[in-house]
Write a protein that binds this ligand. Structure first.
Ligand code: 13P
Ligand code: SF4
Length: 305
């Protein structure tokens, strides 16, 4: 079967069975082509909230499917490939954060959305990379305990100098791989290009950037920019998607090593199998977990809207 034939089967199947396919922007092009909506973590959570279909298939990583289930507990939510986790989301558990909270009882606990549902139950507000600055600026407390990504936390703390931040040593192992050496190499190979980076990269890399933003913010910036050459400091799929969207411009990945194996573990065949019931995993969460993890996600939507 060709990719096109498989895509047609998927489109036919999802229409017949009332399924909405959500894909994160790090998914492969053949998956984003059959998705009802592709976006960054914040946009996906908002779409999950709004979508009318009774079944949602998430092409992304587990915490994204959990977020959908939390926001739409009455819907059937399926993670296309059950092995797709996010190592950052698994880095800190509830017990560790409870212990840290007891040391900083006057801090508001802000969780990056890349956390497990279980961990969200002990956090006050959730944020994504695109909404973190806006949401944290609106929190009345000026003392913030930000988990788990210290790179994103560092970036937000510089944008909001009036607040004090307690950061822990967590983060994305894929974005953390990028070095200032990579920046130097890419800039000398493409001297005319501007550098766009995701705030999950280290502060030293972020400092070199012309623009810092979430996956969708990077895409939007590059599409609208008058410039014609861009070095893209996030998962390599973003440079690929942009190259299709803007064929007259040039996009260079900051490093060929920024590949997220978890995001890339989902294939078009996984999508098909998840739809026909021979693959995927339906998310099952207790009412209590959904209810207590939801508080900080609702707060994110309230403050981010
Ligand atoms: P975005 O919110 O920018 O989509 O980021 C999600 C993510 O996991 C980046 O590594
Ligand atoms: Fe998680 Fe990093 Fe992959 Fe994003 S790129 S899903 S943060 S491991």
């Amino acid at each position: 079967m060709t990719i096109g034939e498989l895509q047609n089967k998927i489109i036919e199947y999802k229409k017949k069975n009332d399924v909405c396919i959500l894909a994160h922007s790090y998914q492969a092009k053949e998956i984003t082509e059959i998705a009802d909506f592709t976006g960054d973590s914040y946009q996906l959570s908002v779409m999950a909230h709004k979508t009318k279909q009774k079944n949602i298939l998430m092409c992304g990583v587990r915490f994204m499917a959990e977020t959908v289930k939390i926001l739409s507990p009455d819907k059937r939510v399926i993670l296309a490939n059950p092995i797709a986790g996010c190592p950052m989301a698994e880095q800190m558990d509830k017990e560790l954060i409870m212990a840290v909270k007891s040391k900083y009882p006057d801090h508001t606990v802000v969780a990056y959305i890349n956390t497990t549902a279980n961990l969200k139950t002990v956090c006050d507000v959730c944020v994504t990379s695109s909404s973190a600055v806006k949401i944290i600026a609106k929190i009345p407390n000026d003392k913030i305990l930000f988990i788990p990504d210290c790179n994103l936390g560092d970036y937000v703390s510089k944008m909001l100098p009036d607040k004090t931040f307690k950061l822990l040593q967590g983060g994305c192992p894929i974005h953390a791989r990028v070095s200032v050496e990579d920046v130097k190499k890419a800039k000398s190979a493409h001297p005319e290009a501007i550098l766009l980076v995701h705030p999950e990269c280290s502060p030293k890399v972020v400092r070199e950037a012309d623009f810092i933003g979430s996956t969708s913010a990077i895409i939007e910036y590059a599409e609208k920019s008058d410039k014609t050459e861009f070095i893209i400091g996030t998962e390599i799929s973003i440079a690929q998607h942009l190259q299709y969207k803007c064929p007259h411009k040039r996009f260079y990945p900051l490093s060929k090593d920024i590949i997220c194996p978890n995001m890339k573990s989902t294939t078009l065949v996984d999508v098909y199998n998840a739809l026909n019931g021979s693959g995927g995993e339906e998310l099952v969460m207790s009412d209590e977990l959904i209810k207590s993890a939801r508080r900080c996600i609702d707060k994110m939507i309230e403050l981010g809207g």
